[in-house]
Design a protein around this ligand. Structure first.
Ligand code: ARG
Length: 477
């Protein structure tokens, strides 16, 4: 690292020896926390405005401080700012530069404040913006799924339980299942954001400050909903980070499940979908290979996000109140969680609209494995036979089909009537794949009509969410 002109630490007063060089590097966080520089400066500007408002600093001093901070922000953005390990972290690097720029007035900025409330404020400001960016990516992926669901509302595919063919479903219905998982993820992150958006500033080191500060003013300037209630809790609380990584873990778990399905579906054995070449890679040895690297990587990256959640929980479990240096370890897992999540969502949002469904293959696969056996059982029940007996009747018909190598729809009426005389000519209407999916025509069912309705509801809910009028009990359509 290139050195700034002064690297004198602001806390050396009580020390008689310099810091051991390795210890200096070991305890520093500037290599990673400089990522929060924008937010650190924003927080400092709000703090300076407040200090002037309550007459702790003069208006001219405030203006010099703000001007200096804005210059520093420019330098950081342009890449000319010189970071120093000796100055430990983003906070002291910026403060030291301010003093260098504007002289002793710069030393007044830290009045009524500590790095403990400062760092907690920076993380919250940073994470709030990142959550907003992540919510926007979820919206984009959801819209991609809605487009695909509409396009493939009539497309038949096999639905599985135990990865065995169970009943025919529509591809659109399957996409809407994914969409629904993301609705919950969106809700969880929106909820988490409320607890992120509380302001620690004013807690100072741990007990508050003797200056007549106005925490409500600072909170308002920074867009926080409120100042934190308790100073000890304010500097030590990292629940919001853990909560975020928990919501992120669930989201990654969902993306990982999508990935697992995409990997299966692109395999030759399934051949349900094609991913464009731009989202796949080849093999250096096997010329025929086109590998679904993107879903595989997303599935793989899920592990590190789970790890970060466990890492943060473990980081906090032994800490007495209030701030401890352990907390410096909170940032890297959080940063990596955000990067991994944003990257995974972006690549999914870009990829999903490009998925091509091999509708012949999905339909053929649904036609195998006696997927309409439940439909036949329901048909027999409608003719007055109790369900358990009907289950037995159809079980025998399936066994016969296996022996003869015929699916139910391929049998003649006479063949089917061997198992029950309630079976009539109209049975073939329920044994077709289209008849089977169309018959599941209720809220939450797989019928194409229901897929279209679910897409409409999802779009309307999103619009209501944006206008703040969403209601959970939606009975329409
Ligand atoms: N770099 C520190 C962190 O990330 C900032 C707070 C340091 N406070 C202290 N008293 N050493 O947590």
């Amino acid at each position: 690292m290139e050195q700034p002109e002064t690297t004198e630490k602001p806390w050396t007063g009580r020390f008689t020896e310099p810091t051991d060089l390795f210890v200096e590097a070991f305890t520093a966080s500037v290599t990673f926390d400089q990522r929060m520089a924008d937010y650190d400066i924003r927080g400092s500007i709000a703090h300076a405005r407040m200090l002037a408002e309550v007459d702790v600093i003069a208006a001219e001093e405030r203006d010099q401080i703000i001007e200096g901070l804005e210059e520093i922000l420019e330098e950081i953005r342009s890449g000319s700012f010189k970071w120093s390990i000796a100055l430990e972290d983003v906070h002291m690097n910026i403060e030291s530069k301010l003093v260098q720029k504007i002289g002793d007035v710069g030393k007044k900025l830290h009045t009524g404040r500590s790095r403990n409330d400062q760092v907690a404020t920076d993380i919250r400001l940073w994470l709030r913006d990142e959550i907003d960016a992540i919510l926007a990516e979820i919206d984009r992926l959801q819209e991609g799924l809605l487009i695909l669901a509409e396009r493939e509302a009539e497309t038949i595919m096999p639905g599985f339980t135990h990865l065995q063919t169970a009943q025919p479903i529509t591809f659109g219905h399957h996409m809407m299942a994914w969409h629904e998982m993301l609705v919950r993820d969106h809700g969880r992150l929106t909820d988490c954001r409320k607890r992120v958006n509380v302001m620690p500033l004013g807690a100072a080191a741990l007990a508050g400050t003797t200056y007549p500060i106005d925490r409500f003013m600072t909170a308002k300037l920074l867009g926080f909903d409120a100042p934190a209630e308790n100073s000890l809790d304010a500097v030590s609380d990292r629940d919001f980070s853990i909560e975020f990584t928990a919501a992120a873990s669930l989201l990654m778990m969902h993306l990982s499940r999508f990935s697992e399905e995409l990997v299966l579906w692109t395999s030759d054995l399934f051949s349900f979908i094609e991913l464009p070449d731009s989202f796949c890679t080849g093999s250096s040895i096997m010329p025929q290979k086109k590998n679904p690297d993107v879903p595989e990587l997303v599935r793989g990256k899920t592990g590190r996000v789970y790890g970060h959640m466990i890492g943060l929980l473990t980081l906090m479990k032994g800490q007495p109140l209030a701030y401890n240096k352990d907390n410096q370890e909170d940032k890297e897992p959080l940063f990596d969680t955000v990067d991994t999540l944003k990257g995974s969502l972006k690549v999914y949002a870009d990829m999903m609209p490009t998925v091509v469904v091999n509708i012949e293959n999905t339909r053929n696969a649904a036609g195998r494995g006696f997927s309409t056996a439940t439909d036949l059982a329901d048909y027999v029940v409608r003719a007055g036979v109790p369900f358990r007996d009907s289950h037995e009747i159809v079980g025998k018909a399936v066994r016969y089909g296996i022996e003869q190598g015929k699916d139910l729809a391929e049998m003649t009426l006479a063949e089917l009537q061997q198992f029950s005389d309630v079976i009539k000519e109209d049975v073939f209407e329920v044994l077709t794949l289209e008849g089977s999916v169309a018959a599941r025509n209720h809220r939450g069912g797989t019928a194409p009509e229901q897929v279209h309705a679910a897409v409409r509801r999802a779009r309307r809910r999103k619009a209501e969410e944006l206008s703040g009028t969403a209601s959970f009990q939606d009975q329409s359509y």
